[in-house]
Design a protein around this ligand. Structure first.
Ligand SMILES: [Fe+2]
Ligand SMILES: [Fe+2]
Length: 143
C-alpha cells in the first residue's frame, strides 16, 4: 500500500528525471533523444496534473471545505506550467536550442517551487484528511 505523499512525490521525481534528460539531450543537440525524453516528460506531467485536478484536489476540497485555499493556488500554477510546456514544445519542434534552454530553466524553477509546496504541505494534509487515500492511489497505479 502506497500513501499519497509517497506516490505523488515519486511521480515528481520521475518527471524531473525525464525533464533533465531532455534538457541535456537538447544541450548536445541530440534531437531524437531530446524528443523522446520530452514526450515522456510531458505525458507523465499531463497525467499527474490531471490526477491532482480531477481527483485529489476535489476530494481534498470536499473533505476540508477549503476551496479557495492551497488547491486554488496549485491550479493556477498548473496553468502557468502548461503554458511553459507549450512554449518548450514549440522551441523543441523548431530545434531552437537557446530558447529551449532558457525556457527549461524557468520551468525547472517553477516546478521545484510548486512541487515543494505540495510535498511539504498539501500532500501531507491530504494524507491526513482523505480516508480513501490508498484506494485513490491504487486507482492511479492502474492508469
Ligand atoms: Fe501540482
Ligand atoms: Fe504534483
Amino acid at each position: 500500500m502506497t500513501s499519497i505523499p509517497q506516490y505523488m512525490t515519486s511521480k515528481h521525481r520521475e518527471c524531473d528525471d525525464y525533464f533533465t534528460e531532455a534538457e541535456s539531450a537538447v544541450a548536445k543537440e541530440n534531437w531524437s533523444e531530446a524528443t523522446g525524453k520530452w514526450q515522456q516528460f510531458s505525458d507523465e506531467l499531463a497525467l499527474h496534473l490531471t490526477q491532482e485536478e480531477e481527483t485529489l484536489f476535489p476530494q481534498f476540497e470536499q473533505a476540508t471545505g477549503m476551496t479557495a485555499g492551497p488547491t486554488q493556488v496549485m491550479r493556477m500554477e498548473h496553468q502557468q506550467m502548461r503554458a511553459l510546456v507549450q512554449d518548450l514544445d514549440n522551441a523543441l519542434n523548431n530545434k531552437a536550442k537557446d530558447e529551449y534552454l532558457g525556457l527549461s530553466e524557468t520551468l525547472m524553477v517553477m516546478m521545484q517551487q510548486h512541487n515543494m509546496k505540495e510535498e511539504m504541505m498539501l500532500y501531507p494534509m491530504m494524507e491526513q484528511h482523505l480516508v480513501n487515500g490508498e484506494q485513490l492511489i491504487s486507482s492511479f497505479e492502474q492508469s
